[in-house]
Design a protein around this ligand. Structure first.
Ligand code: UDP
Length: 469
């Protein structure tokens, strides 16, 4: 029998943790399914990615920014982690200048398939010209995708005058209401959305970091669009990342002693499920006033906590750290989120509802306190609280208002305790975690989707090869 050459797949992630982390995990997942997986990124990102793929057979290909683009990079930094929002536009100018060298790389190496971020929409044409199938990675689940497609198609939110006015999202299975202010700012880029949509239509399909049982009606609805093919292969965090040597634990800085102390402290906590983990993702930075309220709210809640604080300049009010000593830990910088969430002492997650955090919370089986800040996070909150029933929304008032300590303490208490309702929420969270684990096991829905996708790509390659003169 002829030996089938492994499928050669290039993964090209956007250089932001929320996009890079799942794509690196996905490369490892494909590799475990027998594909030859390569991550294409820039030299500045090597220190983040290299340790993540150590011990796996995933390769790394480094493509430097051309000198003209390198000059645009804010402070020479090649990743959005810890980059102030005001620098993002310059970062993206540099990022788009990578196109010619990426195209040249694809022409020279001719992988059997590329998996690229939505924002690399131009790769659809480049891949088509070379006869290479392109898979799109949006970085979200099918629920936010369906909601966004409804808004993009119908423009319901545009008919609302006031930012606080709510409306019903049309054409989806659940009765989901959103306020106009909760619609992702990405909708301000109408032209980009159209461009991304067209690029998806030209692509082989979509790989989704989610699992069928999490959002079955939305997976169906999403796949029902004529011409679209989508494979749910997640949670990729579960399929791959159990170790501590990945981008997940290292992030953009080196705060290991602090992290070690936190993990040791968690080990010393006697009561399972008594600590709440608080983290607002890799990009969000709160103002000092908001951080003060969070500090007081956590103190008032009476629960143990691990709180990840991004603002290096913020210091807690005098006496705070002394008062919460032995009960709370602050990590300044980067936390090994999946390790912390998976620790038996942790029983709740205050989250900004980024998609990866949402799915990692689900996979850890802990109830969540939802505190969305921007982008599609408000939509993910609806999934967590309303559709899945595993979350408690923090009372936020009007868009942009400071969330008060009472609201923080109340939501934490509800999620961590909450009487019978709280017990029901914890039970649901445990059930979804079991479903997530089953999905990625051999024979599970995500396992089968990954295997099926690789098989189809192998067949595509075989057909293309036999059609060649
Ligand atoms: N993350 C982490 N440590 C941190 C902050 C974030 O490991 O201190 C990881 C988190 O586990 C997740 C990703 O970074 O995988 C953040 O992605 P998400 O979609 O939740 O939010 P974003 O950062 O894109 O807003």
């Amino acid at each position: 029998m002829a030996v089938v050459e492994p499928l050669r797949v290039f993964f090209i992630p956007l250089m932001s943790p929320g996009h890079m982390i799942p794509m690196v995990d996905m490369a490892k997942l494909f590799s475990r399914h027998g594909a030859s997986a390569t991550i294409v990124t820039t030299p500045g990102n090597e220190p983040l990615v290299r340790p993540s793929v150590a011990g796996s057979s995933v390769d790394l290909l480094l493509l430097p920014f051309p000198p003209s683009a390198a000059e645009l990079l804010p402070g020479g930094r090649e990743n959005l982690t810890f980059m102030p929002k005001s620098d993002h536009a310059r970062f993206f100018d540099a990022f788009f200048a990578l196109r010619p060298s990426l195209e040249a790389l694809l022409r020279a190496r001719r992988p059997d398939c590329i998996v690229t971020d939505t924002m690399y929409a131009w790769t659809a044409d480049a891949a088509a010209a070379l006869g290479i199938p392109r898979l799109v990675f949006h970085g979200h689940g099918t629920f936010p995708q369906c909601v966004h497609e409804s808004l993009h198609l119908r423009g319901t939110h545009k008919k609302k005058k006031s930012e606080e006015e709510s409306f019903l999202v049309e054409g989806i299975p659940d009765r989901v209401e959103l306020r106009k202010s909760e619609v992702s700012s990405i909708f301000q880029w109408e032209a980009a959305l159209d461009f991304w949509k067209e690029a998806e239509e030209k692509s082989f399909g979509v790989v989704v970091n989610s699992f069928y049982a999490l959002e079955p009606e939305y997976a169906e609805l999403y796949r029902r669009k004529p011409g679209r093919r989508a494979w749910c292969v997640g949670p990729v965090s579960l399929a791959n990342c159990k170790g501590s040597t990945s981008i997940r634990s290292r992030g953009g800085n080196n705060n290991h002693p602090e992290v070690e102390r936190c993990l040791e402290w968690l080990d010393s906590v006697g009561t399972a499920g008594s600590v709440v983990y608080v983290c607002f993702g890799s990009l969000n930075e709160f103002e000092p006033e908001q951080l003060d309220e969070i500090a007081s709210g956590l103190e008032e809640s009476g629960y143990g906590f691990v709180w990840v604080v991004r603002n290096s300049g913020w210091a807690a009010e005098e006496g705070f750290e002394e008062r919460v000593k032995g009960r709370g830990v602050i990590i300044r910088g980067w936390a090994p989120q999946t390790l912390i969430l998976g620790h038996p002492a942790v029983g709740g997650f205050v989250t900004h509802c980024g998609w990866n955090s949402t799915l990692e919370g689900v996979a850890a089986g802990v109830p969540m306190v939802t505190w969305p800040v921007e982008y599609e996070q408000f939509v993910n909150e609806k999934l967590i609280c309303q559709v899945l029933g595993v979350g408690v929304g923090v009372e936020r008032g009007e868009a942009g208002a400071v969330v008060r300590k009472e609201a923080v303490a109340k939501a934490v208490a509800e999620a961590m305790g909450g009487g019978r309702e709280g017990e029901r929420r914890r039970e649901m969270a445990r059930e979804y975690a079991a479903m997530a684990a089953a999905a990625v096991e051999e024979g599970g829905s995500s396992y089968m989707d990954t295997a099926g996708l690789i098989q189809e790509l192998l067949e595509f390659r075989a057909q293309a090869q036999s059609a060649r003169p």
